[in-house]
Design a protein around this ligand. Sequence first.
Ligand code: HEM
Length: 183
Amino acid sequence: MLQLAQYPHIQKNVREELKLLIPNPATPLTFEVLDKLHYLTCVIKETMRLFPPVSNITRCAIHDDTISGYRIPAGTVINLHIGALHRMPQNWEDPETFYPERFMEDFGAYKFLPFIAGPHTCIGNKFAMLEMKSVLAVLVRDFEFSMAPGYKYRRVQGVTAKPNPPLLLQVKKICDSCIILQE
Ligand code: HEM
């Protein structure tokens, strides 16, 4: 929501895709409909690239190993910084820029790991993507979000990342038959 409020042209693109694929507000948000929201998916991924909700994870080496010339004895606890991985210039062109379209191209394995990978990958991965798409589809289709005047925030990292003070946005209704306002 914060990214969409900060980049109105991207919010407009999301809304156009939603109006194209869900022209009737009463259309149920089925899996098939959500699966077709490619631009919205790119926006969510680009947000998780720059601001991964889980930016640090730890793993314990079960065997001796060598990574990039560093000897890693068995039992070493390794911290993986997903936030740093997602901004490495070796992996991403212009990494600090919010540019959802970059996810329309194949970006290669292990450069984008918001849900990590391997046997302990997030089991809620697909559910989380569907949940984010469903909520954003309903809200962005019918409401316009902009930054609240004077709202300033810092990004803080707890278990997950969030803005501090809590997010404050201006909301304008832009649809006469809003789904979430119907009885
Ligand atoms: C945007 C939302 C989410 C993100 C970014 C996320 C990210 C992650 C990450 C990075 C891990 C690995 C943590 C580690 O190994 O230290 C993880 C694990 C896990 N996540 Fe998520 N998660 C999300 C939503 C969810 C949801 C909605 C569920 C459940 C419905 C869920 C259930 C789990 C479980 C059970 C694990 C542990 C898996 C294991 O260790 O085998 N997550 N998640």
